[in-house]
Design a protein around this ligand. Structure first.
Ligand SMILES: Cc1cc2nc3c(=O)[nH]c(=O)nc-3n(C[C@H](O)[C@H](O)[C@H](O)COP(=O)(O)O)c2cc1C
Length: 316
């Protein structure tokens, strides 16, 4: 059975070390990365598609969703298959929605934000988009509550970076330059977190040296303090159906944010390190409950895009 750890493993941030080796990279990264990224995130046809072309476009849109470490842990079957989440579709009149049109622009934005608060209207739209009958969303916007959350992020990050298995898994998903990202079409391209392109062999050898708890914790402190708020998602129960529902609520939240020009990025350490989850829940007012996702939000500049495997690679 899939554990929640497998379902929603985390990323403690990417290599953002002091090594400015961009100019040393001899790998032909830039052009093909930019072309591939533009193709990946192009606006798809929205009308005049029926049958299999329509199904494939729906799959392509689905693959633009976030996944932990950008593992893209999914395959699709256009005909009903066993042991799968089934999505039954029925004909309906075409209708434009601002959440749908935000799909090609959504990203997890791992840069600093502008530190300014959001309007009450924006917060209420985010609140509505990110909650449902079985998922509660808490938007923390007061600085003391954000600092308390940061404290758990730092404790969680420190614990994760002291765990060799966690670090090894993270390293296996880091793509140190555009050429490597294009080769796999998955993983965490370091430029998406603001790091320079470096040759893969240097990145792999220097990884532990670049990824220090202090460096990462300082970065998280800066990121939280430049955010307008922190969103905490809590599903009713800990089972697959609820995890899917939490994911749907998060995706709607992220698309609504995108439609409003608001960025977001995960800060999941407080819910991924088992010993922190319950005290964290209590700290933010969810005593006895089990928060599923922690996300910062605010306004800021876009970062380079993550890549995706093509539809051919994910349709069984
Ligand atoms: C369940 C889940 C957990 C995630 N955890 C983290 C995290 O802890 N830190 C982080 O920076 N990104 C996290 N991400 C974001 C992914 O790394 C990101 O979606 C992926 O790299 C693709 O990038 P994109 O969303 O910008 O397309 C998480 C995503 C999901 C779905």
């Amino acid at each position: 059975m899939t554990t929640r750890r497998q379902f929603a493993a985390s990323l403690p941030g990417l290599v953002a070390g002091p090594l400015a080796l961009g100019a040393c990279s001899t790998e032909p990264a830039a052009d093909s990365y930019f072309t591939t990224a533009a193709r990946t995130w192009q606006v798809g046809a929205t009308t005049d598609l029926v049958g299999e072309p329509l199904a494939r476009e729906l799959v392509r849109s689905a693959t633009l969703a976030p996944s932990s470490h950008n593992t893209q842990c999914w395959t699709f079957a256009l005909d009903p298959a066993t042991d799968a989440i089934r999505v039954s579709l029925e004909p309906t009149p075409a209708r434009s929605s601002n959440l749908y049109t935000a799909i090609p622009d959504r990203q997890c934005t791992r840069g600093d934000y502008d530190g300014k608060p959001l309007s009450a209207l924006s917060l209420s739209l985010l609140q509505r988009a990110g909650s449902s009958g079985t998922v509660r969303l808490l938007l923390l916007t007061d600085r003391p509550a954000m600092e308390r959350t940061l404290d758990y992020v730092i404790q969680g990050n420190t614990a994760q970076l002291a765990d060799p298995a966690f670090v090894a898994e993270l390293k296996s998903w880091v793509r140190f330059n555009g050429a490597e990202a294009v080769r796999t079409h998955d993983g965490l391209y370091s430029a998406t977190a603001g790091s320079p392109n470096i040759p893969s062999w240097i990145g792999r050898r220097a990884f532990r040296w670049l990824l220090t708890p202090k460096g990462e914790n300082d970065r998280y402190a800066r990121q939280v303090r430049s955010s307008a708020g922190i969103a905490v998602f809590v599903g009713l129960t800990a089972d697959k159906a609820n995890w899917v529902e939490v994911g749907r609520c998060y995706e709607r939240f992220a698309l609504q944010a995108t439609a409003l020009g608001i960025r977001n990025a995960f800060l999941n350490q407080p819910v991924e390190v088992a010993g922190l989850r319950l005290p964290f829940a209590e700290t933010v007012g969810f005593a006895g409950e089990r928060p599923d996702l922690v996300v910062r939000f605010g306004r800021g500049a876009a970062m380079p895009r993550s890549l995706r495997r093509g539809v051919e690679a994910v349709v069984a």
